[in-house]
Write a protein that binds this ligand. Structure first.
Ligand SMILES: [Zn+2]
Length: 301
């Protein structure tokens, strides 16, 4: 812990931007692959304390482009009709004033980089940190820009370990991106032994590589698996619901951990298909259910 603290202090000394009074800590939590109706069925009471849960739509059907979009500051959208996209973006960005406790933040503020971590760090003086679960978001990807620290977690499904690793400074607001993997295939909780995870028959190494290999129910560069039957898909769907229920307890821990004056946004990077119209998973899938995501945000105290 001491090492982490030193690293944080060193990073902060690089800042030139003054910190405006009263800025909030800001945390975005992405429940990877959590589809809208999974969230509704799980009915996570602690999470719902943040505010009204909205059905929104992801800009992308896969992890990497969706996170890029989120880090541009564009949250999943409401799919409004009869509205110009540029007007929607402008309005969507104004919400950052409430999230950050700031004034004057607009879409224009992020020009020319158009990347939220850079803006938060260099203009507003935030300490910016990411902890991610999926290897496609590892720290060598271009997503790691404007972050003081960016960490691929050792286990893909342990949000509680992220909460344990969070630190906050008394004199600088913090921004955290948490990419949470319990809701990602195979929807395994940290306590579940790996040999009990559901398996696709005839396939090896699939769990190790996660998004590298499993995309939309097809395997890339390996033996073609047998597709799941609907009973297996129903079991998988129930596992994702259980994962959200479990995570609700981890959110309680998160809410107890963060300082006062912290704003939290919780959403997904995309949905997931469980057999609808012959699809499983996400990625190369064009289906409403892969774009529908839950969205809830607010202050917990
Ligand atoms: Zn994802």
């Amino acid at each position: 812990m001491f090492g982490k603290r030193s690293e944080a202090v060193e990073a902060v000394q690089e800042f030139r931007a003054p910190v405006a009074e009263g800025l909030s800590n800001y945390i975005i939590v992405i429940l990877d692959s959590c589809r809208w109706d999974t969230f509704v069925e799980a009915c996570p009471k602690t999470l719902m304390k943040l505010g009204e849960v909205e059905r929104r739509y992801s800009y992308a059907s896969w992890t990497a482009p969706s996170h890029y979009n989120l880090l541009m500051g564009l949250m999943p959208h409401t799919s409004p009709q009869y509205v110009f996209a540029s007007e929607y973006y402008k309005k969507d960005f104004l919400k950052f004033n409430e999230r950050l406790g700031a004034e004057g933040v607009s879409f224009r503020s992020l020009v020319p980089r158009l990347y939220l971590p850079d803006y938060l760090r260099t203009t507003l003086g935030y300490v910016t940190r990411a902890m991610v679960s999926l290897p496609v978001l590892n720290s060598h990807t271009p997503l790691n820009s404007g972050f003081d620290s960016f960490r691929l977690m050792p286990d893909h499904n342990d949000m509680a370990a992220m909460v344990d690793a969070m630190t906050f400074l008394p004199d600088r607001p913090s921004f955290y991106l948490l990419n949470v993997g319990e809701t990602h295939y195979p929807y395994a909780l940290p306590s579940e032994p790996k040999n009990e995870w559901p398996r696709i028959s005839g396939v090896h190494g699939v769990f190790k590589h996660l998004d590298d290999h499993v995309v939309g129910g097809k395997l890339v560069g390996e033996e073609e698996p047998r597709f799941f039957d609907q009973n297996q898909l129903d079991v998988l769907r129930a596992r994702q619901v259980d994962a959200v229920r479990y995570l609700d307890g981890v959110f309680e821990k998160l809410f107890d951990t963060v300082p006062e004056n912290t704003y939290i946004t919780v959403t997904s990077d995309h949905g997931e298909l469980f057999g609808e119209d012959g699809y499983f998973g996400h990625g190369p899938v064009f289906h409403e259910k892969v774009f529908e995501v839950p969205f809830v945000e607010g202050r917990i105290r």
